[in-house]
Design a protein around this ligand. Sequence first.
Ligand SMILES: NC(=[NH2+])NCCC[C@H](N)C(=O)O
Length: 416
Amino acid sequence: MAGGLHVHSEIGELRRVMLHRPAGELLNLSPDTLGPLLFDDIPFLRVAQEEHDAFAGMLRQEGVEVVYLEDLVAEALDAHPEARRAFCERWLDESGVDGAGVRSAVSELLDSLPTSRALVDKCVEGVRADELDLTPSTHASLADLMALSAGRMGELVIDPIPNVYFTRDTFSVIGQGVSHNRMWSATRRRESIFGDFLFAYHPDYAGTPSWYSSDQPYHIEGGDILVLSAECVGIGISERTQAAGIDALAKRLLWAEPDSGVRRVLAFSLPHKRSFMHLDTVFTQADVDIFTVHPAILGMLTVFELTRGARVGEVSIRQLDQTLDAILARALGLDGVRLIKCGGDDAIAAAREQWNDGSNTLAVRPGTVMVYQRNVVTNDILCREGLNLLEVPSAELSRGRGGPHCMSMAFWREDL
Ligand SMILES: NC(=[NH2+])NCCC[C@H](N)C(=O)O
């Protein structure tokens, strides 16, 4: 296995995966900022890190190479020191620092950091006013004064980016290329900077074909993208992923030069609400012919198929009227697939365990899946259906509203 990317399924033997270890950014969450920062509670960092280390350790135990986003971005900046300034400027531009005085104080803080890795960590963590070296020029404008009046109480001048540990979402590996996604929420938009610099400058990843770029106008989030096979990609039309974004991504995948290999995009229309946040929160693939699903979506998904149109660059669209299992079976070239319901037939367990990502499984190979330990009802059912479960401790990680699939981006899977 060389550098680069190779993902043609959701379940082929996982060889390399990218994570982010949650860190100081979670300490910069406060009750007042939880809503806009897309958290429902404040995780206890030390335990969240222990759980995350357990997750990474279990992956390694299965023979998977674990790489960390923060290391890759730092390596990219080390390989191209001239890119460090552009990286800082873009992060400052997108961080909403309007006053020139505060901006230059933050810039100095960034410049004082000894390593690229410390820089990346700081950018994720956010900046408190009491970390800045304040001079008279820092108070030169109204914008500076307003930014700092909060700061006197030790508050944040720049918000943290606490959702980085959901590495599934900001860019998506499809085949040998990558979709640089434009995120739906303001809090997650700066995450794109990391992927953009990684794929521009990292020695192992520069030159990777791009299927979508984060400066396009329509949002797409990676949790909505499932690589069902080398020829077929499933994408959720959701609160997070706009239909127009899928039009653009599908067109590129279907007609890209060099060829992406994708011949069919299935678009699944989801209700626009938080419990159905992404396609991977309502179903994920666990084995060649097994999916775990949120029972509430059965019978209510509208599915469209996008394929090459008659002329170069054209896309033809048709609505599929079969049931979800029939659509998935056809997409995978199988006679049938089994859909295992999160929570079984118990509506309360289904809703509760769904909320804690009960159907957000990460396959390390066909039939062996990582799941959150806390979803005992669903896990019991998955076991009885013959799946091999690797249970990730999840009391704290789950507070960010994402499970093993959301917390990982597959970089390399063996072909099935
Ligand atoms: N692929 C996923 N389901 N990711 C979950 C992301 C959770 C995160 N708090 C957000 O709201 O964006």
